[in-house]
Design a protein around this ligand. Sequence first.
Ligand code: ZN
Length: 352
Amino acid sequence: MTINPRMLILAREAQGLTQQDLAKATGLAQSTLSKAENGLRPLPEADVPQVAKVLKVTPDLLTWQEEVYGFGSASFFHRKQQSLSQRTLRKIQARVNLLRMRLVRLSDGIAVDTSLTIPRIDIEDVETAAEAARRVRAAWRLPMGPVPNLVNIVEAAGGTVVLRDFETHRINAISVWHPGSGPLFVLNSELSPERQRFVLAHEIGHMVMHEGEPPRDTAEKEADSFAEELLMPAAEISKDLGGIDVRKAAALKPYWRVPMQSLIIRAEHLGIISTARSRSLHAYMNKAGYLTSEPAPLQREEPQVYKEMLRIHVEEHDYLVRELAQVIGMTEDDLADEISPPSRRGLRLVRG
Ligand SMILES: [Zn+2]
């Protein structure tokens, strides 16, 4: 069994452990781990099971030969204070990488029937991000007006959406699109249902316009502008936004299925209200606590693809949980949680 040093690093980072932490937990010398991670001297075979156990992966996973990628796109909640520690960032990145590798393994042998695709659009060709959004709406044959379940649409177009607890509010989402598979959107499970829709639309904008391109300063603005036009097309929403205030935003929210805050910003960007008016509404929302928790939350859009892939293996392909855990390099306990996650309500009760 030859360990792939990159997988050893990835599995360690996914647990948020330093080399020192791992040495302590396994009783191995840090120099042994360091040399194994640098590819200088392979990890002694007898120590592999213990290391894998601490890292909550199968020994086999440590031999996988996959490439490890950096971020495709990461969206931050507090753009001005990106004081996210390197360790947290690497931990989230490692988890997304593992998830992507597992998805590739799970999709082996499962035919995905999809007539839609997620188009790639060069923004130079269409001039504005809003035009890119209109082309995506047309490609997906979306009806006029509000977008129905966006998670369902993007998954029908070959994407996979997964909600994950990032253990921080500072990061909204991570998206990656690697050759040979559909784009993966990992969204922070702490987002409100309406914020989740906007963040997903923003990330779709990155995948459509920016993935694989050199980074550009205007990318964040473009993704926001894409998300606004995708969810709130100017031609259809303008008539609704006249004289918008907080009460009206609350009334429009269930129909357009976007945050009240996004409706107000949209009105400002379309020149329907002034920047000063938008700011004063923002201040009012802030005072009322609506920026952290808006009234009348929408129903959450639940992703299906990943769960469905697990379900097909267990129910239709007759995999035992132990066998499936082996295929995707996961512990049986973790896999059991993925198949039937503990309910949110239950968790809240435990936390008191
Ligand atoms: Zn972004």
